[in-house]
Design a protein around this ligand. Structure first.
Ligand code: T4K
Length: 396
């Protein structure tokens, strides 16, 4: 506990944490498990190109999510790119600006121009109304993003996309293992793409996964991904190496075996933050939206400077000095990032909700390397920072 402003590390006091508490899920298997998995790879003399571990992983994910096709790839960005190629998209795609820049970059790589829409200020997700507001000539698809262990209004977006005859893709980078009343995330739209990056609940160190119930689309993706004609060869205009290696698949299989335990830890952490921060003025924790089961991929708060006494950026600096690796995802919105600020200058001042969130949202640590006790300490630091806000403000 910080009894006075001088106790804070930013003012010369001792940092609360001796080693930094990371943001990100960061699953690491036990060494014995890893050694056994790698020994198998070496004994089989088979590193990549849709090997037995990749095939097993795809089959396990299909069963876990109840989806017809799970196609693992090198990373989530590439997954979105492969979907855009396989759908033969040409023109523009509607997507929220409040997302990781990779969402927009993946489509731009495929020659498709993003048209950015607003998000709901409470849930941080795009809505059918937000998509309707930016519909323009040349739009050929919609890419919604599922954030923070929750989802957008998936059935509402499906209805809207259907009524405009637009294919709907979900960037579900954050949403592996998330469940809505209608079913597991992974089965909505034409395709959904997960990230299996180390910072995600489901980790292959680097990796991603495209899920679709559309068998023809899946076959095109398999051929574009360069699998040497596994299953049914299909003519495609372009092939891209999007393969996942056996070593990545080995980690992913161990991550999947362990996922429920880690989600339970995440939930404890999230609830600890929620209870401890409920009475801190100007701090709102963002609940996972629209789901019956969250993976608690993120613990996200919004900071209201007028009520809290410090801006989000002040609090960010204070916590980082204390050894808490808080992050300001996403900042700035994609519409203000290179090269989209030049491609669509007409949108620069058109997204005030997104601009506001980019200045107020903060990611708190959650994941395998964080404990509920850490979360209680971090929430205590946030309370103390509020109590001493006036003295802390000019120093950071
Ligand atoms: N769509 C959305 C909505 C996304 O959020 C993302 C990715 C994508 C699409 C694209 O998916 P991928 O192509 O990445 O599969 C991270 C991740 O690189 C990225 O996957 C993620 N979203 C994005 C939001 O965040 P960084 O650069 O902020 O993470 P990094 O490397 O700084 O790590 C975070 C913390 O974890 C740090 O404290 C360091 C620590 N860490 C990290 C790694 C990788 C470790 O201690 N050990 C590690 O091995 O981007």
């Amino acid at each position: 506990m910080k009894r006075g402003p001088k106790d804070f590390a930013c003012a010369g006091g001792s940092p609360t944490f001796a080693s930094t508490i990371p943001v990100g899920q960061l699953y690491f298997p036990e060494w014995d498990q890893y050694e056994a998995a790698v020994r198998g790879i070496i004994q089989r003399r088979y590193y990549s190109n849709h090997g037995p571990l990749v095939r097993n992983l795809e089959s396990r994910v299909e069963t876990y999510l109840g989806v017809r096709n799970a196609l693992v790839v090198a990373n989530g960005t590439l997954g979105l790119y492969l979907v855009a190629l396989a759908l033969g998209l040409q023109g523009k795609v509607i997507m929220p600006s409040f997302t990781f820049i990779a969402t927009a970059q993946a489509f731009l790589m495929a020659g498709i121009e993003p048209v950015f829409c607003e998000v709901d200020p409470l849930t941080h997700h795009m809505t059918p109304e937000a998509a309707e507001a930016v519909l323009e000539d040349g739009v050929c698809a919609v890419c919604a993003v599922n954030l923070w262990g929750g989802t957008a209004n998936l059935p509402g977006l499906e209805d809207w996309a259907r009524s405009h005859r637009l294919p709907l893709i979900f960037d579900s980078a954050h949403a592996f293992g998330v469940q809505r009343a209608e079913g597991m995330v992974g089965r909505f739209g034409r395709a959904e793409v997960f990230s299996f990056h180390a910072t995600k609940v489901m980790s292959a160190t680097e990796g991603g996964c495209i899920c679709t119930d559309d068998d023809d689309l899946a076959e095109r993706i398999r051929n574009i991904r360069s699998d040497n004609g596994i299953r049914r060869p299909v003519n495609v205009a372009l092939t891209v190496n999007g393969r996942m290696s056996e070593a990545q698949a080995a980690i992913a299989l161990m991550s999947l075996d362990d996922i429920e335990r880690r989600v339970a830890n995440n939930r404890n952490i999230f609830e600890t933050y929620g209870a401890a921060l409920a009475t801190v003025p100007g701090v709102r924790i963002v609940e996972p939206n629209g789901v019956v089961h969250s993976n608690y991929q993120n613990a996200v708060v919004e900071i209201s400077e007028s009520e809290y006494g410090l801006s989000r950026d002040h609090l960010w600096a204070i916590l980082r000095a204390e050894g808490v690796s808080v992050r300001r995802y996403f900042r700035p919105g994609a519409h203000r990032c290179v090269p989209f600020d030049k491609i669509r200058p007409q949108q620069l001042e058109a997204l005030p909700v997104t601009d506001g969130l980019c200045q107020t949202v903060l990611q708190l640590p959650i994941g395998a390397r964080v404990t509920p006790a850490d979360a209680a300490t971090i929430a205590g630091l946030m309370r103390d920072s509020h109590v001493h806000a006036e003295a802390l403000r000019p120093r950071v």
